[in-house]
Design a protein around this ligand. Structure first.
Ligand SMILES: [Zn+2]
Length: 417
């Protein structure tokens, strides 16, 4: 029995289409569902890359084929990609006749692409050596295509995508909010990030003019499929389940020293707050943390993270926290996805003592002369320390689902481990 492993990326653009739709069409139009070795895979690659298309997701299809003419099938797939791909996109398609996950070089390349920047040259070489590649536009998509096809899951989740009727693409989506709330409640915690309770917003529906009506995310494919049947709204013409590395934190790398942090990667690092949170223009909150080696880096909770910013604003100098997030370049800043509070500093302030008779604050009686109340002639030697309660706990705080990166692991999954 022969196999065919297909990798595909960058058929979409900012304005429409979606690579998952192209994959769903390939499976349906060429009647390949029965040949699937596993569900098609949606692999999210490094989310900090500035030139990525929307979610930086690449796709693979793994097939077991009987007597089918493989060369002919490849031709048919390319024809469908050409038909559906956005003209301005830089699509890449690769075919491997043997399971590329058995090739160490390819596996490593895929894993690297989730965390760092990989070179198109390397992707082209790998495709040429072990398979075959088709490029469109500037060919950038070949990177994702090679990564998706060589990717081996560590942790994984699922997403079931429902597609709209073609006539409705670009129009307002009709999805009953109540049904979304209902499934989110009923199937929690095995499905997650479909509704944002804090902001009362549907997260499972994109805003772009693409063919997607919804994408239900979660850990159990059975529960996701059940939930999809309970959604109410406009007609769904096609549903496709994907296995994915979404919600796994695979992009994050533990770093010991701040000076080792590179732009366009995502990190976990422990530090002490040395510059207190400040709200800048646009509503973004910036603070500075200092790592073990003494270097300081900015951390940001951007405006779209909404009430997460209020948590960040409560941090004070001396708090020890672990931060999780992608690193942008100028200036080097960690874009916070979540924080873990390790140790809260004591929030205290020295104030003049209170008069025991009238209850007013005493005044200084002169340099090193103590404090007195003029009215009651009472006297005290020293200032007093006032302790303020911290409104934070030593736990993890995360951005709301509306602001979450695809790869970022929601707390609800952490709690199930
Ligand atoms: Zn007094």
């Amino acid at each position: 029995m022969s196999e065919l492993h297909i990798g595909l990326d960058d058929t979409d653009s900012q304005k429409g289409m979606c690579s998952t739709y192209v994959v769903s069409q390939i499976l349906q139009k060429l009647d390949l569902r029965k040949n699937l070795i596993s569900p098609p895979e949606l692999v999210r690659l490094n989310p900090t890359i500035p030139w990525k298309t929307r979610g930086n997701g690449a796709l693979s299809i793994r097939l077991k084929l009987g007597q089918k003419n493989i060369e002919n099938l490849k031709k048919e797939i390319i024809e469908l990609v050409e038909e559906y791909r956005e003209e301005s996109s830089n699509s890449g398609v690769v075919f491997f006749d043997n399971d590329p996950r058995n090739i160490e070089e390819l596996r490593d390349f895929s894993k690297k692409a989730v965390k760092e920047i990989v070179k198109i040259q390397n992707a082209r070489e790998l495709a040429k050596e072990y398979g075959e590649a088709y490029e469109f536009g500037n060919g950038q998509g070949v990177v994702g295509a090679v990564c998706a096809v060589g990717y081996v899951f560590s942790d994984y989740t699922f997403e079931l995508i429902g597609y709209r009727k073609k006539e409705r693409w670009g129009t307002e989506r009709d999805l009953e909010k109540n049904s979304v709330k209902k499934i989110s409640k009923k199937y929690s915690p095995t499905i997650w990030d479909n509704f944002d309770w804090r902001n009362s917003e549907m997260v499972l529906s994109p805003n772009s003019p693409c063919p997607v009506l919804f994408g239900i995310r979660g850990d159990s494919k059975e529960r996701i499929i059940e939930a999809s049947k309970e959604l109410r709204g406009e007609e769904v013409v096609l549903k496709q389940l994907f296995k994915t590395n979404q919600g796994t934190d695979e992009h994050l790398q533990h770093k010991k020293n701040i000076d080792k942090i590179k732009p366009y990667t995502s990190v976990i690092i422990k530090g002490e707050v040395v510059r207190e949170p400040e709200t800048i223009e646009g509503g973004h909150v910036i603070l500075g943390i200092c790592g073990e080696a003494g270097n300081v880096i900015d951390c940001a909770a951007y405006e779209p993270t909404k009430d997460f910013r209020n948590t960040i604003r409560k941090l004070i100098k001396g708090d020890t926290i672990k931060v999780f997030g992608g690193v942008r370049k100028k200036p080097l800043t960690i874009n916070l996805e979540k924080i873990k509070i390790i140790d809260l500093a004591i929030n205290s302030e020295e104030k003049n003592p209170v008069c025991p008779d009238c209850g007013n604050r005493m005044e200084s009686a002169g340099k090193e002369q103590g404090y007195r109340c003029r009215k009651c002639s009472t006297f005290a030697n020293k200032k007093v320390k006032i302790f303020r309660e911290r409104e934070l706990e030593e736990k993890v705080y995360e951005v709301p689902p509306t602001a979450r990166r695809h790869l970022s692991k929601p707390l609800i999954r952490e709690e199930q481990d």
